[in-house]
Design a protein around this ligand. Structure first.
Ligand code: SAH
Length: 359
């Protein structure tokens, strides 16, 4: 599978249909092959038992599938599974499968690394290497479903990377994953989280998708938000919040704001009042996340009691708020803890020590 081969996993059904008809194949083959890739989740083209031998040979010589290698798999005591996946070019990403009462949800990465530079997030510490292709993002979901043998019913685009910074590929991934000939995951079961790239929020609004847009807010004033997230200098709150209102108006869908609580930074009663003032009347929902510890981050988490008080204040001020469950924290699979390589290798490099052996 050299880089010169065409990756079939990347193709939407119309694209695959064109590819095959240009090879002189009837269009119905495209539907069959699409189902093999996106519904039966094959890892080898040779497994397509209903295809003519000659076509299989041609495809095997000129095309490939996105099949990441599971380099490591860790299971949390709460049932969460974290995968370190190696892509065809040797780059690594992490993918997390979470088990909820309503079904299994997969948290996908959308880039190798991230360019956004949020100070509390491990995924951005080494910068961005490249975008993931639509098929590579889909293959994260397929790998988790194949490996567990359990159906994936929900997707969150909340892994490594800024999804709106890889807009076209992410849109094509949404097309693949929601396709009736594929896993057929409904848009209402998909959440996309952004740090707040305003022009792309407007572009997304025009698509009028039924997914849930989450916006990483984390602070109700520019000084605090800029100190946590460099993206706030480009799109400050007086630009971001009107974009969120436009998004809700255009799509008819409520936005969810993520607010990671940092002790002594954004967790005071004054901050709760400012936050309520900023988003009151939007009908938006606030998701409070006690910040997760990350190597090299200057922040520590607000204690649980304070999170509860903050939530109650928001509720009293008319803002709907919930506290996000921290799944997978014991295996560093929680928000902001995903990396594009083995954490111990990174640490070893920082400290000059060799990573510990593990079984
Ligand atoms: N780039 C997108 C997708 C990442 S989603 C975004 O910024 O929204 C991951 C969510 O976890 C975001 O809300 C992010 O701000 C938050 N997060 C990052 N690091 C965190 C940490 N250490 N503790 C808690 N939440 C964190």
């Amino acid at each position: 599978m050299g880089p010169q081969t065409t990756c079939l996993t990347d193709m939407t059904l119309p694209e695959l249909t064109r590819y095959l008809t240009e090879m002189g194949q009837p269009a119905f083959r495209a539907k069959q092959i699409f189902k093999w890739i996106h519904q039966k989740l094959i890892t080898d083209l040779g497994a397509m038992t209903d295809q003519p031998k000659a076509l299989l040979q041609t495809l095997q010589a000129s095309a490939s599938l996105a099949v990441p290698k599971i380099r490591r798999k860790q299971q949390s005591k709460d049932g969460t599974i974290k995968y370190l996946l190696e892509l065809a070019d040797g780059n690594c990403i992490e993918t997390v499968l979470m088990r909820y009462h309503y079904g299994n949800s997969v948290c996908v990465s959308t880039q190798v690394g991230c360019a956004m530079g949020c100070r509390f997030c491990a995924s951005t510490q080494a910068g961005r290497v490249r975008d993931l292709t639509p098929g590579e993002i889909a293959a994260e979901v397929y790998t988790a479903q194949r490996d567990t043998g359990e159906r994936v019913s929900h997707i969150v685009l909340m892994g490594i990377g800024e999804p709106l910074h890889n807009f076209d590929n992410v849109m094509e991934f949404l097309n693949l994953i929601s396709c009736p000939e594929g896993l057929n995951i409904g848009m209402r079961n998909i959440s996309l989280s952004t740090c707040g790239l305003v022009p792309k929020i407007d572009e997304l609004a025009q698509r009028k998708l039924q997914l849930t847009l989450s916006v990483s807010l984390h602070a109700p004033d520019n000084a605090v938000r800029s100190s946590m997230m460099p993206v706030n200098d480009a799109y400050p709150l007086e630009v971001l919040i009107p974009a969120c209102r436009r998004y809700q108006k255009t799509t008819g869908r409520r936005i969810s704001f993520e607010y990671s609580m940092v002790r002594g930074v954004n967790d005071s009663p004054a901050m709760a009042r400012k936050l309520a003032g900023l988003i009151r009347g939007m009908g938006a929902h606030v998701n409070l996340i006690p910040i997760n510890p990350v190597d090299g981050s200057p922040y520590s988490a607000t204690d649980e009691e304070n999170v509860r008080r903050f939530r109650q204040m928001l509720e009293d001020l008319g803002v709907n708020a919930t506290v996000r469950r921290r799944l997978g924290a014991d295996i560093s699979a929680a928000c902001g803890q995903l990396r594009r390589e083995d954490a111990e290798v990174t640490r070893g490099r920082q400290t000059g020590q060799k990573p510990k052996e593990r079984n």
